[in-house]
Design a protein. Structure first.
Length: 93
């Protein structure tokens, strides 16, 4: 069950937009608890995951990370697609 707010998220897959596969990816870069996403730079997390895994992940993963970090910073649960335009601008830089 997904958490209604960041305080209720105890496991990574309770964060909206995060499932078991993405939770596993986050563990590769040392994120094992939801609170560890608080204050993180999601684009830096995306780039770190690419470097650690040796794979260029689909950029939509950055959208998911942006949504998860936003939620853990106290934002409302939003579809990851709401972050696509912002991600495209950030990854261009």
């Amino acid at each position: 069950m997904k958490a209604m707010n960041f305080r209720k998220a105890i496991t990574l897959d309770q964060i909206p937009n995060i499932g078991k596969a993405i939770a596993k990816e986050l563990r590769l870069i040392g994120i094992s608890r939801p609170y560890q996403l608080k204050g993180q730079d999601p684009i830096a997390l995306y780039k770190k995951l690419n470097a650690v895994s040796g794979t260029e992940h689909d950029p939509s993963l950055a959208d998911v990370l942006m949504a998860a970090v936003d939620f853990m910073n106290g934002g409302q649960a939003k579809p990851a697609t709401e972050f696509t335009a912002q991600r495209k601008k950030l990854l261009k830089k």
